[in-house]
Design a protein around this ligand. Structure first.
Ligand SMILES: [Zn+2]
Length: 186
């Protein structure tokens, strides 16, 4: 039941309420708004709501809005896949993984499945980071202009192994939003 929750008449009101709440308590960092089937109003929650982007405070992390067409630019054939809560695009020696919560626009042309072997996707997504190095904006802009187009700053890099099928370590770039990009180098 929702009687103890603040009720907003519409999504805009709830979003404004979330922003005020984040101003008061910036440590919460993000809130989700959702329509309530019980009272037909809108409420706030600090728990992730599937398919909705969180509201972030001014001091919170900048929320990105990454369109499927932007992701498709990282794909060898223009196809974008959905797996493990992410949108994935792969080209020769590289894979981009964007959390679904950041995906903007229509997902109609997204294919369910994974464009790389599962083990490789798991490694890119889940391999703990050992000694990540902050990536300077200039380096990012020069070497990964497409990534810089998504987010110009707040990237870190590390090296990971992709398992027995891929003996050489690959460079992984991780953005604070959760976007990951892995690329074989040299
Ligand atoms: Zn309600």
């Amino acid at each position: 039941m929702c009687r103890r929750k603040m009720r907003y008449a519409d999504e805009m009101g709830a979003t404004a309420g979330a922003m005020c709440s984040l101003d008061r308590r910036p440590e919460v960092r993000r809130l989700w708004v959702y329509p309530c089937p019980a009272c037909k109003g809108w409420h706030l929650t600090k728990y992730r709501v599937a398919g909705r982007r969180p509201v972030t405070g001014e001091k919170g992390e900048q929320m990105l809005d990454v369109s499927v067409s932007t992701i498709a630019a990282f794909s060898r054939d223009g196809r974008v896949f959905r797996a493990f809560g992410h949108l994935l695009a792969a080209a020769a020696g590289s894979v981009l993984c964007v959390p679904l919560a950041l995906a903007g626009g229509s997902l109609r042309h997204v294919t369910d499945g994974c464009p790389v072997p599962w083990g490789e996707a798991f490694a890119v997504l889940d391999e703990p980071s050992r000694a990540p190095v902050a990536l300077p904006e200039l380096t990012l802009a020069r070497e990964f202009p497409l990534l810089a187009g998504i987010a110009p700053a707040a990237w870190a890099s590390d090296w990971i192994g992709l398992g027995p099928g891929a003996p050489r370590p690959v460079l992984r770039l991780t953005h604070e939003s959760g976007i990951r990009y892995a690329v074989a180098r040299g």
